[in-house]
Write a protein that binds this ligand. Structure first.
Ligand SMILES: [Zn+2]
Length: 559
């Protein structure tokens, strides 16, 4: 007889009765047990998940099929892991139990099994918790546990030698990789936008969702238990007296969103996406590459002293960045955000999250038109400082998939636009139209920033615009961004960068506009931002590398 689990007597009696009806078969291969267990978990616990998919993408059979295949594949991975550590059946029962409890809460209270839900649940006191525990919960969970317990009881698993176990585990992992890889490769064009549009859906897959939430919560606790110290950089940073040349300097750094270089008219794009900037004395750098393919990677990376090759999210998060160095040297730094926050880059400098403004008519449902940045900028400049100053304005730019929401009716020069969240169902030309209109909105914003700077007389002013990453617009069936860098198309990594400065800034900083213009085809990257910002204010510090300052070769500074 195979190994049994100790069970309460009445349950034992039921199971023995069942076993008389269905006698146990021959022991199965451990990996077959994993397959059966994964299928059972997927079918039994995921009624809600399946219903939601059917409701959100009705009639999209290939997408539905891919999603329904991914669920048991991922549940198999969980089973593979528990059997790897030698707790196959008890691990399976644990997964079934966690899934059953989550299923009860999802069905009864409509909650999602995400990190914040789990954190709330763990921080709930006994009184609140006992209010949630009920007879109904007991019945639901017990009902969902019958089949898993029966399966463990009824189905014996073949024992293996260590060598067999090792080889079979590896082979099953390989088969899993091939199947999962082909499902992902085959369904990529539909799956990526689906998970972007319906971010909540992954928190409905059981028992995956509560397990991944538990991992996130424990990671969070570990970090709180062992806080890492902030690494200071550029502690020697100073502004030398010779750097003060009359009026204080003001640099507006416009941090773009999802703008791709090859759709800028200034870089040779055939459409008029820069109708206003084309009329202004700007320099558009045409060979600039991003650090990452997503905001959360690129933004911390570009402000960090780490270059793209050595960038590491944890290292960057626990280290000061160029804004800290500027602030330490005496430059007043402020961050104005209309994106989704500054990804911890502005943690130690003053900041304003403009998208939180619920009363501004430019805002709807937590998203605001980028014009709100211009309002905020003008408000900031109304109070002149005697210090040098950097204002970062973080755009919503061309954030997808709803590009059509990023331009006003007046800015919509290319029609018709794709207005479907599921952009893969739009004609590629309508996606391009909506996207290019969003670039016209950015063009207008940048032109307005420049005009605002031209009209103020308190500073020597300059503006630098740079996008965080590009965007795929349906080329080869790829949409949006965020692909791993090594496989990302140039559309996602080739970004626009634009420089403008007042004549006063040019003269007093010893720069030459002609020289800068001539260098517009230099190969540049996000790695240059850190040092170019320091160079613009002539900050003296050992961390400054002139070779990574794109203005350095056009500067005739005496110090
Ligand atoms: Zn971004």
């Amino acid at each position: 007889m195979h190994k049994q689990i100790h069970l309460p007597l009445p349950l034992l009696a039921i199971l023995q009765r069942l076993q008389l009806l269905w006698p146990s078969p021959q022991p199965v291969h451990p990996q077959w047990f994993n397959v059966i267990a994964a299928l059972l978990l997927s079918v039994q616990l995921n009624q809600h998940f399946i219903e939601q998919i059917m409701a959100r993408v009705p009639g999209q059979l290939s997408l539905q099929l891919n999603l329904f295949l991914l669920l048991p594949l991922l549940n198999f991975l969980l089973m593979w892991l528990v059997s790897l550590v030698g707790v196959q059946k008890s691990g399976f029962l644990f997964l079934a139990f966690v899934g059953a409890v989550s299923c009860y809460f999802m069905d009864s209270f409509g909650v999602l099994m995400d990190k914040s839900m789990l954190q709330n649940a763990l921080e709930t006191d006994i009184a609140e918790a006992s209010g949630l525990l009920s007879g109904a919960m007991f019945i639901k969970v017990a009902g969902l546990m019958i089949l898993p317990i029966f399966l463990c009881w009824w189905l014996p698993v073949r024992s293996q030698t260590t060598k067999q176990k090792l080889i079979h585990t590896l082979v099953s992992a390989l088969i899993w990789l091939v199947i999962t890889g082909s499902v992902l490769a085959n369904g990529r064009a539909e799956l990526i936008p689906f998970f972007r549009n319906f971010r909540d859906i992954k928190h409905m897959a059981l028992p995956l969702a509560p397990i991944s939430a538990a991992i996130s919560v424990s990671q969070h606790w570990l970090k709180e238990l062992f806080p890492t110290q902030l690494t200071k950089i550029g502690e020697d940073a100073v502004l030398p007296a010779s750097a003060h040349t009359g009026k204080p300097r003001l640099l507006i750094l416009v941090l773009g969103e999802t703008a791709r270089a090859d759709h800028f008219q200034l870089n040779g794009y055939e459409r008029a996406t820069n109708p206003q900037l084309s009329q202004l004395p700007v320099v558009s750098f045409r060979q600039v590459y991003s650090c990452g393919t997503a905001t959360a990677h690129s933004v911390p990376c570009m402000f960090s002293l780490l270059d793209q090759e050595h960038y590491n999210a944890d290292l960057a998060k626990n280290s000061e960045n160029v804004l800290d160095v500027l602030q330490r040297s005496g430059v007043a730094v402020k961050w104005l955000d209309n994106n989704s926050g500054c990804k911890r880059v502005c943690d130690r400098v003053p900041s304003k999250m403009l998208f939180e403004d619920k009363t501004n008519p430019l805002c709807h449902q937590g998203q605001c038109q980028d014009e709100i940045l211009l309002q905020a900028l003008r408000l900031e400049l109304a109070e002149p400082l005697t210090q040098d100053r950097v204002l970062v304005i973080h755009q919503l730019g061309s954030h997808g998939p709803e590009y059509f929401r990023r331009s006003t009716d007046k800015q919509k020069k290319f029609l018709p636009e794709c207005t479907d969240k599921q952009i893969q169902f739009c004609d590629v030309q309508t996606i391009k139209n909506a996207y290019d209109n969003s670039l016209i909105a950015t063009d207008e914003l940048l032109a307005n920033v420049i005009r605002t700077l031209q009209q103020q007389h308190d500073y020597q002013a300059a503006m630098l615009y740079i996008s965080d990453h590009g965007e795929s617009l349906g080329e080869n069936g790829t949409y949006l961004h965020g692909l791993p860098y090594w496989m990302a198309p140039q559309a996602q990594t080739h970004v626009p960068m634009i420089w403008w400065m007042s004549e006063e800034f040019e003269q007093k900083q010893g720069l030459s506009l002609d020289c800068i213009r001539e260098s517009r085809d230099t190969q540049l990257s996000h790695d240059y931002l850190f040092h170019s910002l320091l160079g613009s204010f002539a900050v003296q510090t050992q961390v400054y590398q002139p070779s990574l300052d794109f203005l350095q070769q056009c500067r005739r500074r005496s110090n």
